[in-house]
Design a protein around this ligand. Structure first.
Ligand code: ADP
Ligand code: MG
Length: 745
């Protein structure tokens, strides 16, 4: 090989080379690869083995015991294809290595009969089971060593038996075996030669990462298993690094394009005692019926400092259920108002919008803002509610108030995003329970703010961006948050208000145990407290769900909760009825609220001390945690009963975790463990940015490192002008619109 002659390859170059350029790749196979999304050499090289077979550890069948996992080199005979009684394709054969024989069974892989005719010599990798007294492997990984009618190249293939064999996801459907993929990858690696390494070498050394050439070689063609670990680590780092680089660049691009409103507020307002009444924020804080927690104080100061600063705020406030995010948001909204701007609080449901509206209004009751046009020079602060159910005339009035600036703070659902809503000067957008909203809605509201100030194109704030505060109680592990919200700065409320008891959680799997739950409801109601009963999830429309909630109410009223004042709440009720149901429950006119998951997020009734979740095994961890968060919101002890058998082992694991801890972040980790990161990242992962090797669970340290490098590299070079290799590679992974946004100068 002439190592000096070939210049190093970039991934972008390899992306330009179609797989058809490989020798020994027939048209038909190229098509099959295409169906797996593998079109270029780049695609092929980033198709990684999912395991390796260490052939040097080959075992003899006679030495194996049932339960052992092993590689066996054996010759095939007695191949039979048939269907099971359920209609599944079944291929059975006998494999014999001269020391003993075993049965091999493949389900749903009819093509195995063609792949493994009698006389084939193949490696079988799997676990030896006992089936009706016979030794058997079911769906083993297979690697054909010598085909039944192979005449040439036998020596070459036998030599392969000496090394570590990468196993790729074979696809019976398109007719590709792991062996074939491996052969093409091997050729591609050989012909590609050296890879250009875009990672600055100082970082490579500091993080002790192997070079890219070595990484690609060793992940696909290791000569020892130990080599695969550093190779995988390097390639996983690259995946996380590209992702973090894109997120950091996005944030820097926003900063570059943005015209921030420098809000008339200072973080000192959170800590200092005001003179003569103080600012709006100070008067608000002075009037609170409780002391802020340290975490609230810190978060508030961070938010206000950023609002006052020269860059628009993009901040995520993470705080477990009940940690008191609303008051932080309210202070921020008032900070916007005190400088003459408006604030909007957007929430995902009408029930929550109403509740926040009442809560915010109660919190700011009696506060006034300067108004030179009035006698006395001020007017009461005005808060409005806007949802899809807001009547036409009320809506018209409200629109006008928002446009003129007479409305200071608006609380609403995504009805706030409709075109006819214009703001006089939107200074801050708060989005609560963000997991219920998409990224698009976040952007939409920001653009709306920009448009509102553009419209008044004079003055110091012309074409400014409103600040953005996103709040979430979804227990997402830090690693996932870094990937999902890496373009937002984060602040965490890691402390609950004092005097809270952790909610005592009971998994009541049997009918007998269930009786304790109803007894507890009765006892607590007798003490003057309140309870929620969340109805089972039923398949079907909202209407079906509503009907079943109604039936459940009747059942409870006639049975376990007879004599108690039960209320009903579901999504199909008209707004006034919902309001009414919530108001009666708050007031204690009804003491048990039988509800669907509409109570899941945000509902705040401090007197509620019992939460009963029926058929709890059907709910996800995040949802159960949110539901449980509806109780334990005061200094009273509270209970959560999770009813019903689990149904599946996963559900059992979820319920057990709920019983074990009330810490949202711990639960988030369990959730990540149980569901896998694919589902959690589902929303953001598109096409090439997929994490193929990196795992948020195993690679948390790499993720941190990737973030550090991304921050550092872009610090002095925000458009990657001096890092052409990185920029080029990033383009490979970005959608065109994203690319235009990040790299426009
Ligand atoms: P979440 O973070 O879940 O949105 P909320 O903002 O709804 O929490 O607050 C939960 C409850 O705790 C509310 O009833 C609120 O009035 C109360 N609360 C908030 N902060 C404090 C505090 N510092 N001390 C006591 N109670 C507080
Ligand atoms: Mg809340």
């Amino acid at each position: 090989m002439t190592a000096t002659a070939t210049p190093a390859r970039t991934l972008a170059q390899l992306e330009q080379v179609p797989v058809t350029r490989l020798r020994g790749l027939p048209e038909r196979k190229a098509k099959a690869l295409g169906e797996l999304g593998i079109e270029s050499i780049f695609d092929l090289l980033t198709t990684y083995p999912f395991r390796y077979i260490d052939r040097s550890r080959r075992a003899e069948l006679a030495d194996l015991a049932v339960g052992d996992e092993a590689v066996v080199l054996a010759t095939v005979h007695d191949v039979r294809s048939r269907r099971t009684r359920q209609g599944r394709a079944l291929v059975e054969l006998v494999a014999d290595d001269g020391t003993a024989g075993m049965k091999v069974v493949f389900f749903n892989q009819p093509w195995r009969a063609r792949q493994l005719p009698s006389g084939t010599e193949a490696l079988f990798f799997g676990k030896l089971d006992d089936f009706r007294g016979r030794r058997q492997m079911t769906n083993p990984v297979v690697d054909v060593v010598v085909g039944a009618d192979d005449t040439e190249d036998q020596e070459l293939r036998r030599r392969r038996t000496l090394r570590i064999v990468p196993v790729y996801r074979a696809s019976g459907k398109v007719g590709l075996s792991s062996w074939e993929i491996g052969a093409w990858v091997e050729e591609a690696i050989r012909r590609a030669g050296a890879f250009e390494d875009p990672l600055p070498s100082t970082w490579r050394r500091e993080l002790a990462l192997v070079g890219r050439t070595e990484a690609f070689h060793d992940v696909h063609l290791p000569t020892a298993l130990a080599e695969t670990t550093p190779a995988r680590r390097r390639l996983a780092f690259d995946e996380l690094f590209r992702l973090q680089l894109a997120l950091v660049l996005r944030r820097r691009a926003l900063e570059r394009d943005a015209r921030a409103i420098r809000h008339a507020v200072s973080p000192r307002e959170v800590t200092e005692t005001p003179r003569d009444g103080g600012t709006l924020v100070q008067r608000f804080l002075a009037g609170l019926p409780y002391r802020l927690t340290n975490a609230q104080r810190k978060a508030m100061a961070a938010v206000l400092a950023e609002m006052a600063g020269p860059l628009p705020m993009h901040r995520l406030l993470q705080g477990d259920v009940g940690s008191g995010k609303t008051v932080v948001a309210t202070a921020a909204l008032l900070a916007a108002v005190q400088g003459g701007h408006q604030g909007a609080l957007m929430v995902p449901t009408e029930v929550l919008a109403e509740q926040h509206f009442f809560a915010v209004r109660a919190l700011i009751d009696g506060l006034a803002v300067p108004d030179p046009a009035r006698l006395g020079g001020e007017r009461p602060l005005s808060v409005a509610l806007l949802t899809n159910r807001t009547g036409a005339s009320e809506r018209a009035r409200l629109r006008q108030g928002l446009e003129s600036g007479d409305v200071d703070v608006v609380v609403g659902t995504h009805a706030l995003l409709t075109d006819d809503v214009q703001f006089h000067s939107l200074g801050l957008v708060v989005i609560d329970e963000q997991h219920r909203f998409g990224v698009e809605q976040r952007a939409q509201l920001r653009d709306k703010g920009r448009a509102s100030v553009v419209a008044r194109a004079e003055g110091p704030d012309a074409s400014a961006d409103p600040d953005l505060l996103v709040m979430t109680a979804t227990p997402i592990p830090r690693t996932a948050a870094m990937v999902l919200f890496g373009d937002l700065d984060m602040v965490v409320l890691d402390e609950l208000p004092p005097g809270r008891y952790p909610v005592e959680t009971v998994w009541a799997a049997t009918h007998h145990a269930e009786e304790d739950a109803w007894a507890r409801v009765r006892a607590e109601v007798a003490e003057g407290h309140r309870a929620f009963v969340v109805c089972p999830l039923v398949e079907g429309s909202e209407r079906v769900q509503a009907r079943s909630a109604t039936e459940e109410l009747d059942r409870l009223a006639a049975g376990p909760l007879s004599g108690l004042a039960l209320g009903l709440l579901h999504g199909q009720m008209p707004a006034v009825e919902k309001e009414d149901a919530m108001a009666r429950f708050r007031a204690g006119t009804t003491t048990v609220l039988v509800a669907t998951t509409v109570v899941e997020v945000g509902v705040d009734v401090p007197e509620a001390t019992v939460m009963v979740v029926e058929d709890a095994g059907r709910f996800g961890i995040a949802q159960l945690h949110q539901l449980r968060g509806r109780v334990g919101r005061s200094d009273l002890p509270s209970w959560c009963y999770l009813l019903g058998p689990a149904g599946t082992p996963e559900a059992a694991a979820r319920l057990a975790a709920m019983v074990q801890t009330t810490d949202g972040f711990e639960l988030g980790e369990v959730d990540l463990e149980l569901r896998g990161e694919g589902t959690i990242l589902g929303a953001r992962q598109k096409g090439r940015s997929d994490l193929k090797l990196a795992s948020l669970r195993r690679d948390a340290d790499l993720l941190d490192a990737a973030r550090r490098v991304a921050e550092s590299v872009t610090e002095d070079d925000p458009a990657l002008d001096a890092h052409e290799g990185l920029a080029e590679e990033l383009r490979l992974f970005l959608a065109p619109e994203e690319e235009a946004f990040l790299f426009k100068s």
